[in-house]
Design a protein around this ligand. Structure first.
Ligand code: HEM
Length: 223
């Protein structure tokens, strides 16, 4: 299991449920400590996964910007990254607002908004959109091949892909499909041959039986 698949599973099993739980606590007005701690945890885990897994992978895409934006793997990762970055900056700001409220540290957040309800809703929406786009990134990058067989962080843009403008994972699928087609054709040919042989053998047997029957009839007539 590679880092990308583990990241994907962490979002499905841990982070998205925590985002929704944090939202639930806010709706129930359970801000401190419930909502505050849950959202802080989500923000920190997001930053960890972004810096350890995503930014590392994205550097390969960034190296060929903007020329590669006409290719799906670069376009979807870039849109995902921009929306995700906006969501994370907003979320970090909101978490800082919560932690510094009514403390001597209030002044470290220079611009303090009064009503945080709408920004919180926008942030949650952007997070969820980003997660969905993240699933899209995973699908486009690894969907064509077996993601578990490789630890390559970015199969979508290996040198082969750069020279051929294709995703190796998709190439592998096409090769497998071609091989399967060839195997099917071979099997069909073999089956046809076997059927022909059996038909010939049956014809021969019928002819032999007819000859034998004729001979027997002739012999009986002679008697
Ligand atoms: C709220 C912020 C973000 C969330 C919730 C998020 C979520 C996800 C998810 C669920 C995946 C699929 C799992 C995977 O393939 O590893 C993913 C992949 C990815 N994300 Fe994000 N993301 C966020 C921010 C960013 C940012 C700021 C960037 C920066 C450019 C970025 C770039 C990528 C890349 C390149 C991948 C593919 C990584 C790989 O599989 O090697 N993401 N993201």
């Amino acid at each position: 299991m590679n880092a990308s698949l583990i990241t994907l599973i962490i979002y499905i099993v841990v982070l998205v449920p925590l985002m929704l739980l944090g939202y639930y606590f806010a709706r129930r007005k359970m801000f401190d400590p419930h909502h505050k701690f849950i959202m802080t945890l989500v923000v920190i885990l997001n930053w960890v996964l972004i810096s350890v897994v995503m930014l590392t992978s994205y550097t390969d895409v960034a190296a060929d910007l903007p020329e590669n934006l006409n290719q799906n793997f670069a376009l979807i990762a870039t849109v995902h990254g921009i929306i995700g970055l906006i969501a994370q900056i907003m979320a970090t700001y909101l978490v800082l607002l919560m932690w510094t409220e009514n403390t001597p540290l209030e002044r470290i957040v220079i611009f303090r908004i009064k009503n945080i309800k709408t920004p919180m809703r926008i942030t949650l929406s952007l997070w969820l959109i980003t997660v969905l786009l993240g699933f899209g990134v995973y699908g486009v990058w690894y969907g064509g091949g077996d993601a578990e067989t490789t630890d390559d962080p970015l199969p979508a843009i290996t040198e082969e892909a750069e020279t051929q403008n294709t995703i190796p994972a998709l190439d592998a699928t096409e090769e497998a499909e071609d091989a399967a087609d060839d195997a099917t054709d071979d099997a069909e040919d073999a089956a046809d041959d076997a059927t022909d042989d059996a038909e010939d053998a049956a014809d021969d047997a019928t002819d032999a039986a007819e000859v034998a029957a004729d001979d027997a009839t002739d012999a009986a007539d002679d008697d």
